[in-house]
Design a protein around this ligand. Structure first.
Ligand SMILES: [Fe+2]
Ligand SMILES: [Fe+2]
Length: 263
């Protein structure tokens, strides 16, 4: 049977054996074929002919606030991933992270552009004005871990915690968002899925080789959990998700980190 091409393999990214993952996913070759499948012909992450829906002023305001928080998360991911390139212990990981840096830069760009589309004159200033204290605090903690050159801890905070948080929130938000925002988020989610795959694969292997590192990862998780759950709460309230559905989202984030065998 023919080996699946990068695009087919992409859909199975979580099912690949660790060696196959290294050989296929951690390359620009794989990255290019993956993103081509969902970005070709788009304009800032959405179809060129997508039509802007009418948003009530209150809904527009809430959406802008949520996008400001997403911009802080994506800036954290962009700065975090680029810092991780320098401390990655092998060249395969450096190549993968360089594709991630490109993805995160694109995410930030399309979110800032979405705000401009919504009539925000100075998106940068709006992010400064509106972003929540919890996502700002998470960004500082993540970048401090990267600066401390603690590879496993920083990779865990970036490619498992932050990515799982973004994946879960964006996927949920896309279900109820206006069509253009939903398309933009849908494209981002496809990238975040690949980033989590890398984080789980790399960390899983490191933890199997050196089980003593598990305690340090558990420590980072306990340190960041409260901030992550607070960020969830704020964002879900702003996107108008019914309160009854919020605990499920917290659980799905915890399930993502539990796949690494952490309590
Ligand atoms: Fe991202
Ligand atoms: Fe990401």
């Amino acid at each position: 049977m023919a080996k699946p091409g990068p695009r087919e393999a992409f859909s199975e990214v979580h099912d690949l054996a660790p060696d196959e993952f290294l050989a296929q996913v951690q390359s620009f070759e794989f990255w290019f074929h993956s993103v081509e499948g969902y970005l070709a012909g788009t304009n800032y992450g959405h179809r060129v002919d997508a039509v802007e829906a009418h948003l009530a002023e209150r809904d527009r305001e809430r959406l802008v606030t949520v996008l400001c928080n997403y911009c802080v998360g994506e800036t954290a991911a962009l700065e975090g991933a680029s810092g991780l390139v320098a401390i990655a212990p092998n060249r395969h990981a450096k190549v993968f992270l360089s594709t991630q840096v490109v993805d995160e830069g694109r995410h930030l760009e399309v979110l800032l552009h979405r705000m401009s589309d919504l009539g925000v004159l100075d998106p940068e200033a709006e992010v400064e004005r509106r972003a929540s204290p919890s996502i700002r605090a998470f960004k500082s903690r993540l970048l401090a871990l990267v600066a401390s050159k603690d590879w496993e801890a920083a990779l865990f905070a970036q490619n498992v915690i932050l990515e799982a948080m973004e994946f879960t929130v964006f996927q949920t938000h896309a279900k109820t968002a206006d069509p253009i925002t939903a398309e933009v988020l849908g494209g981002i989610v496809k990238d975040e899925r690949r980033h989590i795959g890398f984080g789980e694969n790399e960390l899983g292997r490191r933890l199997r080789e050196s089980p003593h590192r598990r305690a340090r990862i558990g420590e980072v998780k306990r340190d960041l959990d409260a901030l992550v759950l607070e960020t969830f709460e704020e964002t879900l309230r702003d996107i108008g998700l019914p309160a009854a559905e919020r605990p499920d989202l917290g659980r799905s984030y915890l399930a993502a980190v539990a796949r690494l065998g952490l309590p």
